[in-house]
Design a protein around this ligand. Structure first.
Ligand code: PGA
Length: 238
């Protein structure tokens, strides 16, 4: 596991964007695993900027997002479908983009369909991850058992509280989600984990202890051969 320590959030975004510039330069038809959340906003802004300046091209690339609330309409402003269109997909030129379908009538069938789509695309070259305050990756919450494939999960109280900031007063916040499983994340060739801000200090500290805390899903990344953590000083103080 490689760690890149940055002085600021802006630097995290620039350094992470460099990974994408290199990845797509080396392999224009890369399959990119993408994430949502506050941490990714600056990275996507940087990627859009580089695309507008002609420094990066997504025209042969495909993407698979990690997760989506369930159930949720794609048009809901807080769906990850909306988030991705607003922050990235409508502004750059991906060949094809995919997310788990929060509108699917049968969520279990949707999980299998998403896994099959991912498998037939050939798996992920570069997987982007954030981390929850409870150590979740995707919406794989701390648990005794981790699913390998895409699965329907109930969100924990700490995740609901952390994400409530995105929902307006009185707006219903889904308490379930469809998430790529640990197996799909692990099958990725390379993994990029972005960690920013003091709120992540404690969980980053547990990750950097180097022990396999099974109640911290992100610790499972210690077993992957190619993980780069890009972290700012605020998060690294924990
Ligand atoms: P955040 O979410 O970037 O909004 O903190 C990260 C996550 O929950 O994975």
């Amino acid at each position: 596991m490689k760690k890149i320590l940055c002085d600021s959030y802006e630097e995290i975004c620039r350094v992470a964007a460099d990974f994408y510039t290199r990845q797509l330069g080396d392999k224009p038809d890369s399959i990119l695993g993408l994430a949502t959340g506050g941490t990714m906003i600056g990275l996507y802004e940087e990627l859009v900027r580089r695309y507008q300046e002609g420094k990066i091209d997504f025209s042969k690339a495909r993407s698979f997002n990690l997760d989506e609330y369930y159930p949720i309409k794609k048009s809901h402003p807080q769906s990850y479908d909306s988030y991705m269109r607003e922050n990235l997909f409508d502004k750059v030129n991906f060949l094809k983009t995919s997310l788990p379908d929060g509108e699917a009538a049968d969520p279990i069938a949707e999980c299998s369909r998403y896994d099959e789509e991912l498998e037939s695309a050939g798996g992920i070259d570069l997987m982007l991850l954030g981390i929850g305050v409870n150590g979740h990756i995707g919406f794989n919450e701390p648990a005794k058992t981790y699913h390998l494939g895409t699965n329907l999960v109930g969100l924990t109280e700490s995740t609901l509280v952390a994400n409530s900031r995105f929902f307006g007063p009185g707006e219903r916040q889904p308490d379930q989600a469809l998430t790529m499983g640990i197996g799909s994340i692990f099958a990725s060739n390379k993994i990029l984990l972005l960690i920013s801000g003091t709120s992540k200090g404690q969980i980053a500290g547990r990750l950097f202890e180097g022990n396999l805390h099974t109640d911290v899903p992100a610790c499972l990344l210690l077993l992957h051969p190619d993980v780069t953590i890009i972290i700012d000083r605020e998060a690294d103080g924990g």
